[in-house]
Design a protein around this ligand. Structure first.
Ligand code: PXP
Length: 241
């Protein structure tokens, strides 16, 4: 199966919310991203609504022709919203109001009951769940025990590695975690901090299914346009640049 690219459109909404106006509209961006080869569209509806708004999520669901991944915190209001919107899948992430972006994976092992309840409610309603976790054996075992359909491995530590040695160590952890999850029949995605330079090594991990990438694509799109930025990311994933 070919590796997919999920394009996260949050930061189009960040630019709009800087002026609390109507442009640029992440919903309009769906068409360009999909034309350029996006295999999926992702949006994170944060509790503080700092970028995506409820209206965006409803319209994204109606507009996306590939698949729509809703990222959200493990809270009852968010689970209720997901049951109403019915995205193609939900990714559960940790959320801390003070953070600039998601910091680290969800502690699925430490908050087992709370996360399991959300997973069983969503999957019971036909919405597959992906758990955003660190590449850690304990978190994979807990994800398997609650029968999550997917995990998304947090690649932030890999992306921030300052030396080649550390980068290789982080890559090894991602590879080992992917293998471990696949053995337990959990499908594996990855994301956070991936860019045009560091994506190829992660894209090479056997069995990896989808990479969710936002900031680097939207940052490049400011200069070269969204279609070109998405197309170039797919080329980077396949080592064609
Ligand atoms: N995956 C998850 C679970 C995330 O929370 C984010 C950031 O919203 C991403 C992927 C995309 O990260 P980035 O914007 O650094 O590409």
């Amino acid at each position: 199966m070919a590796l997919s690219l999920g394009v996260n459109l949050d930061h189009i909404a960040t630019v709009r919310q800087a002026r609390r106006t109507v442009e640029p509209d992440p919903v309009q961006a769906v068409i360009l991203a999909e034309l350029a080869g996006a295999d999926g569209i992702t949006a994170h509806l944060r509790e503080d609504r700092r970028h995506m708004q409820d209206r965006d999520i409803l319209l994204l669901k109606q507009t996306v022709r590939t698949h729509f991944n809703l990222e959200m915190a493990v809270t009852e209001p968010m689970v209720a919203l997901a049951l109403e919107v019915k995205p193609d899948y939900v990714t559960l992430v940790p959320e801390n109001r003070q953070e600039v972006t998601t910091e680290g994976g969800l502690d699925v092992a430490g908050q087992f009951e709370r996360v399991e309840k959300a997973v069983s409610t969503l999957q019971g309603a036909g919405i597959p769940v992906s758990l955003f976790i660190d590449p850690d054996q304990k978190q994979i075992m807990a994800s398997a025990r609650m029968s999550a359909r997917f995990i998304e491995l947090h690649t932030g530590t890999y992306a921030e590695a300052k030396t080649e040695g550390d980068r290789n160590k982080q890559l090894y952890l991602l590879e080992a975690a992917t293998e471990e999850a696949l053995k337990r029949e959990i499908r594996v995605n990855a994301g956070h901090g991936l860019n045009y330079w560091n994506v190829y090594a992660v894209a090479q991990i056997p069995g990896m299914e989808e990479l969710n990438i936002g900031h680097s694509i939207i940052a490049r799109a400011v200069y070269v346009g969204l279609e070109r930025a998405v197309r170039e990311m797919k080329q980077a994933m396949y080592g064609q640049v």
